[in-house]
Design a protein around this ligand. Structure first.
Ligand code: VG1
Ligand code: CO
Length: 545
C-alpha cells in the first residue's frame, strides 16, 4: 500500500471563499502548501471524506493540471473511495453540477476563476460543490475558512502524476480514479430538456445563421459536441472553441467589452441572426441578435415567459428567482404566471435551497448567469439553447422577441457600471459612508426622484432560516427605479465597486431608448450621493454592461 504522509504546513489567513469560491493570483496559489491547505480545510470542514465519492475538473486555465494532480493525491490520502476526473482536466461548472447529481457523488472541486484572465500572471480559483451539485452554502464555506486558519498539516501520498488524456479507470493508493468524458453526460442532459430535432431543423434553415464564441475557454468542446455533432450546425458557427491555458490572452468574460470578436461580427452589416458567448468555466452567457444586445436581466425574464415552448418546461414553472441587483423584469413575469419570485443575494449558492425544495424552476443574475432546476449552477450553454429554442418556436428575430416582451411587460431599463481595481480602502470608505447615511435618505427628493426606501439588503433563507447580511446597499425610488451599490466578492486585486441602475419604462414609444441615456438621471444622482468618481479619480467605469 502507498504510504500516506502527513505534511507540515502553516495556516493561511486569506482563504475565505468569496462570491464563488477562493480566487487569487496564480502566484498566490503556487506558494508552497497554499492549495493543499484549502483542500485539506475543505475535507476537514466536511468532517472527513473517508469512503466519499467526488468529481474534479476545471476550465483548462494555467495551473489547472498541476492543481488536479495535487488534489488527486490528497483525495487518496484522505480516504476518498472514488474520484471522477474530467478528461484533460476539463469540466465546466454546469457539467460538474450535472455529474455530481447524476452519479450521486458527495461533491466536487471546480478549478476555475471563471471570467477572470488566466495565464501565469492571471488568476486561479477553486470552489467546492456539495452533493446537490451546487456551490457550498455560506455555512460550509465559513467552516472551510475557519479550518484554514488553524491548519498545520495535510495528508498526501507519493504517486506519480496520472495520465488524464484518455478515458480510463485505475487506482491511486486505495482510491479508484475514473478519467471520464466531461461532455457526454452534459450533452445528454441538454437533449432531455430541449427538442434537438427542432433545433437541428433551425440549423438547416437557410434564413438562419449563428455564431457561438467560447472565448478560448471551457465551452469549446461542449459547443462542438452539442452544436456541430448533435445539431449539425456548420463548424463555421464556432469561434475560439479551443480551450487555452491563457484564454488566448483575453478576459473570458462574455460582455460587450471583452467578447470583442463576437461583438464585431454581430454588430456588422449582414450579421448572423443569433450570437452567443460563454465565460471561462461555462456558467455565463451573453446573447446577441443581429445588431442587438439582450440584457441578461431581460434574457432570464424572456426565457421564463416563454418556457412553455421548451420541452423540459412545458408543464409549467414552480417559481422564479433573481439576485437582488438583477432587474425586476422577472418579477413581472412571475406575477403574470401567478408564481413566486424570490429575491436572493448575489451568488448562485443562494438559489440552492429553493431549487432543492422544489420552489423554483428558473433563476438568473444580471451578471450573465441564467439557469434552471436541471443543475445547481448557472449554465451558459443551457441559456443559449433556450434562445435557439425560442427562435425556432417563435420564428421571430431576437430583437422582435425582446420588443414583444417589453410591449407586454414594460421595459426594465438596466445597466451595471463596474469600477475595477479601485484602492481597497477608498472603495470600502465609499460603501461605508453611504451606508451611514442610508437612514437619512428615505423620503429625500432629487428632482422627480424620491427615495422610498434605503437599506443594506439582508436575506433570510425561507428554507433553512439562515440570515445573510450586508448584501448590497439599495436605494429604492417611488417610481420603482433602483440604484444599488456593492463590493464585488470575486476580484483578486484591489476592490471592484459595482453600481446597478434600473428604471421601469411603460411608455411604448420610449422602449428603444439607449439605456445610458434613459438612466442618466440615476447615474448622475449616484455620483452626487457617493462621489465615487471623484474619490477614485475615475472619469468613467471600467466596464459598462
Ligand atoms: C460576480 C457576479 C455574481 C456571480 C459571481 C460568480 O460576483 O456579480 O452575480 O454570481 O460573479 O460568477 P461579484 O461578487 O464579483 O459581484 V462566475 O461566472 O465568476 O462564477
Ligand atoms: Co463563470
Amino acid at each position: 500500500m502507498t504510504q500516506i504522509k502527513t505534511i507540515a504546513s502553516k495556516p493561511f489567513s486569506d482563504q475565505r471563499p468569496g462570491t464563488s469560491g477562493l480566487r487569487k493570483k496564480v502566484l498566490v496559489f503556487q506558494q508552497p502548501h497554499y492549495l493543499e491547505n484549502f483542500v485539506q480545510a475543505t475535507f476537514n470542514a466536511l468532517g472527513g471524506v473517508k469512503d466519499k465519492q467526488i468529481a474534479v475538473g476545471g476550465d483548462g486555465r494555467f495551473y489547472n493540471l498541476e492543481a488536479l494532480q495535487i488534489i488527486i493525491r490528497m483525495a487518496a490520502a484522505n480516504g476518498i473511495k472514488k474520484i471522477m476526473v474530467g478528461r484533460n482536466g476539463i469540466l465546466s461548472t454546469p457539467a460538474a453540477s450535472c455529474i455530481i447529481r447524476k452519479y450521486k457523488l458527495d461533491g466536487g472541486f471546480i478549478l476555475s476563476a471563471s471570467h477572470n484572465p488566466g495565464g501565469p500572471d492571471g488568476d486561479f480559483g477553486i470552489k467546492f460543490n456539495t452533493t446537490n451539485g451546487g456551490p457550498a452554502p455560506e455555512k460550509v464555506t465559513e467552516k472551510i475558512y475557519q479550518e484554514s486558519l488553524s491548519l498545520t498539516s495535510y495528508l498526501s501520498l507519493d504517486n506519480p502524476d496520472i495520465d488524464l488524456d484518455h478515458n480510463a479507470a485505475f487506482t491511486v493508493g486505495d482510491m479508484q480514479v475514473e478519467v471520464f468524458d466531461p461532455v457526454g453526460d452534459y450533452a445528454d442532459l441538454m437533449a432531455e430538456i430541449f427538442d434537438f430535432d427542432l433545433l437541428a431543423e433551425l440549423m438547416q434553415d437557410p434564413n438562419f445563421s449563428f455564431c457561438f464564441d467560447a472565448m478560448h475557454a471551457v465551452t469549446g468542446p461542449y459547443a462542438d459536441e452539442i452544436f456541430v455533432n448533435r445539431l449539425k450546425a456548420p463548424l463555421s458557427s464556432l469561434l475560439n472553441c479551443t480551450p487555452k491555458p491563457d484564454f488566448g490572452g483575453g478576459h473570458p468574460d462574455p460582455n460587450l467589452k471583452y467578447a470583442a470578436d463576437l461583438v464585431k461580427i454581430m454588430f456588422a452589416d449582414k450579421a448572423p441572426v443569433f450570437g452567443a458567448a460563454s465565460d471561462g468555466d461555462g456558467d455565463r452567457n451573453m446573447v446577441l441578435g443581429d445588431n442587438f444586445f439582450v440584457n441578461p436581466s431581460d434574457s432570464v425574464a424572456i426565457i421564463a415567459a416563454n418556457a412553455h415552448l421548451i420541452k423540459g418546461y412545458k408543464n409549467g414553472l414552480k417559481g422564479l428567482a433573481r439576485s437582488m441587483p438583477t432587474s425586476c423584469a422577472l418579477d413581472a413575469v412571475a406575477e403574470d404566471l401567478g408564481i413566486d419570485c424570490f429575491e436572493t443575494p448575489t451568488g448562485w449558492k443562494f438559489f440552492g435551497n429553493l431549487l432543492d425544495a422544489g420552489r423554483l424552476s428558473i433563476c438568473g443574475e444580471e451578471s450573465f448567469g441564467t439557469s434552471s432546476d436541471h443543475v445547481r449552477e448557472k449554465d451558459g450553454l443551457w441559456a443559449v439553447l433556450c434562445w435557439l429554442n425560442l427562435l425556432a418556436a417563435k420564428k421571430m428575430s431576437v430583437r422582435d422577441i425582446v420588443n414583444e416582451h417589453w410591449q407586454k411587460f414594460g421595459r426594465n431599463v438596466y445597466s451595471r457600471h463596474d469600477y475595477e481595481e479601485v484602492d481597497s480602502d477608498i472603495a470600502h470608505e465609499i460603501v461605508d459612508d453611504l451606508k451611514k447615511r442610508l437612514s437619512k435618505l428615505k423620503g429625500c427628493k432629487f428632482g422627480p426622484l424620491e427615495i422610498a426606501q434605503a437599506d443594506d439588503f439582508s436575506y433570510l433563507d425561507p428554507i433553512d432560516g439562515s440570515l445573510s447580511e450586508n448584501q448590497g446597499l439599495r436605494l429604492l425610488f417611488k417610481d420603482s427605479s433602483r440604484i444599488i451599490l456593492r463590493l464585488s466578492g470575486t476580484g483578486t486585486s484591489g476592490a471592484t465597486l459595482r453600481l446597478y441602475f434600473e428604471k421601469v419604462e411603460k411608455e411604448s414609444t420610449q422602449m428603444n431608448l439607449d439605456a445610458q441615456t434613459a438612466l442618466a438621471p440615476l447615474i448622475e444622482l449616484a455620483e452626487k450621493l457617493t462621489s465615487l468618481k471623484k474619490l477614485t479619480s475615475r472619469s468613467e467605469p471600467t466596464v459598462i454592461t
